[in-house]
Every structure is written in structure tokens, then in C-alpha cells.
Design a binder for this molecule. Sequence first.
Ligand code: NDP
Length: 347
Amino acid sequence: SRINKLIINMKYTNYKYLLKSRPHGMPTNDCWEYVSESIDTLGSNELIIRNEFLSIDPYMRGRMNEGKSYAPPVQIGEIMTGETVGVVVESNSKKFNVGDKVCVHMGWQSYTKCKDSEISLIRVPETNLPLSLFLGTLGMPGRTAYYGLNRVGKPKAGDTVVVSAASGAVGSVVGQLAKIYGCRVIGVAGGPEKKSYVKNTLGFDECIDYKNEDISRLLKEYCSTGIDIYFENVGGELSRHVAQNLNKGARVPICGFISKYNSTDIMNEETPFHVFGNLNPKPEHRFFVVREWMNEFEKTTHILMKHVEDGSIKYRETIVNGLENAPNALNDVLSGKNFGKQLIKIN
Ligand code: NDP
């Protein structure tokens, strides 16, 4: 039978990263264990995906900590959490055929074996766009930008919008969407190359290089009528500067605060919740998680696809070859060495 044939012929060597110990500050080599296993059986309603890209994201740092945040931590000895995109190479499922392209959130590994009912499985739509985009602009970060801006930020034409980590996976989409909606958009990014990219390639009105320029003076100059929306990605000193320039009725979607993710005393750090929650009047601000709008993912992906296809949303990726290099790539994201969406090409 077909199933017997699969069992006889199949043999895949899966490489994966396990969490070996919890980091203090920036993750080090001894946090990781790189292991291999062989996959040679396939149960009913199961499939095997050959992963082509792994997404490297800031939230991963939080999952390496002991404490519970909005998602439980990765346990010691468990596979490191992460989303991949790839191609179905074996299928005992009626829902997925060999050759189908899918995203799945089952960790840092070269092959994923899962049930076809796996909740994180997302089919990649028919398109000629690169597969990697479904982990970035057309994947979780793009949707994060879309919901955070629209549902929490509620932009109107003419609003002044400030976006931090502006050249990154989320920030680049936030700013370009806000331009499409008729807002004035100011990015904040680290270094002259990123500044130039945000302004000249992505088409933001202005960008502040927070590493080399006077944030306070330029925010006042570029946002002379005040800030209506601040899309928070980084926290720290920047949040305080922004707080001084918010208009009455301002909205602050709190997406993340990456500047504190490596803190060894996170409970005692000043977060954007402190900064914006202490203002009088308080801006409308809240933390949001992209999964809040899970039932709209497909529709939103298609909206973003149209923008990429017509050139109104541009993207940039930093692709590192080899799954073995994933830990370094995570450290790059946590220190701003990535330029655009950070990905691993799995060989
Ligand atoms: P990016 O592609 O933007 O990469 C991270 C960037 O953050 C770096 O390139 C760097 O840009 C900046 N950065 C790193 N360290 C610091 C620091 N110490 N101070 C200031 N900036 C720093 O990542 P993403 O687009 O994937 O993520 C952006 C934010 O969105 C993160 O806070 C992340 O946690 C959050 N997020 C939240 C989600 C949600 O559902 N709430 C979902 C997805 C992401 P630069 O060189 O310009 O400093």
C-alpha cells in the first residue's frame, strides 16, 4: 500500500537546536545544543515538511527565560521555539499534498513532522513571491504591524506617526502602511545606513538615527504639530523622549521593548507601560499580541501581498546560511546587526 511504501523509502536526518541552559544577558554558546535524529516513520494524518527558512525573532529571547510572559518558556532540553516555512515532502494527510508550501511554528529544525491538525500550520498562498516573505512582511511580523497599527493605533490621514526599529521586520511595514493611509511618518533607527534606507527606500518622511543624532531636538523638529501615534518596538530612552511630544488623544500600540530583552533584572526595568501609564493625560496605550486576530490571518496576508506586488510595500531581508548559525543570528537581532527581517536559510 501507499503507507507501507512511505515507511520503507523514507529516511530524513533532522537537525535541531535544544535549549541547554538559560542565558543571563546576551545568550552564549552554552545555552544551545545542536542535535540530529532520524525520521523514518509517518503515522496517519501526519506530514513531513522540509523547512527552507527559519525566522529569527526578538520574542525568542523572552522564551529562553524561566518566568512566564505572555507565552510559557521553552523548557531546558526542549526544542527552541520558532516558525519555519518549507515544502511538504511526505504526506499521509488528506489535507496536504507533497509539494504544498506551509509555515509551521514547531521550532528550530530542518524537518518538521506533525499532524495535519497542528494549530500553527498555515498554507502559503499561490504566488511567485519568495517563500521567505511568509516569515516576514507577509508573515507574523507583517501581520503584527497591520493589527498593531490599525486596531490599536487607529490611524487617520494627516496623523503624525513615529515608529521605532523602523528598518526592521515589523517597523518597516508599520511605516509604509501609515504612508499608504496618508499619515506623516517618522522612523527611528540605528545608524546612517538604516536611516537612509528608511527615508529613501521605504519612503518615510523623516528618520532619526538614534545612535548618532539628537533624538529630542529632531523629534520636536520633525513632529512640530506633535505625535498622534507612537508604535513602540524598543522602549528605553526613546519612549521618554516620545512621551514629551504626544498630542492629546494619542495612541501608543506597545508591540515590544527590545532594548530590555537581555536585562538580567527585567522586573525592575522601566518599561513603556511605566512611561506612558504615568503621563497625565494618559495616551491610549496597550500591549497587543498578533494572535489576538488569528481568525483574520488569511485575509490580512492577502492585503499585504497586494501591497508587495504593487510595490507600495518594500522589504529587506538578512539571510544567514545554515541552521547551525541560528544562535548567532538571534544575538544579531538583539544587538541590531540585522538589517530587515532576519532569516536562516536551512540547507
Ligand atoms: P527587527 O527586524 O526590528 O529587529 C530588531 C531591531 O531592534 C534591530 O535591528 C535593532 O534596530 C533594534 N534593536 C535591537 N536592540 C536594540 C536596543 N538595545 N535598543 C534599541 N533598538 C534595538 O525585529 P522585529 O521587527 O521582528 O521586532 C520588532 C519588535 O516587535 C520587537 O520588540 C518584538 O518583540 C516586537 N514584536 C511583537 C509582536 C507582538 O505580537 N506583540 C510580534 C512580533 C514582534 P536598530 O539597529 O534600528 O536599533
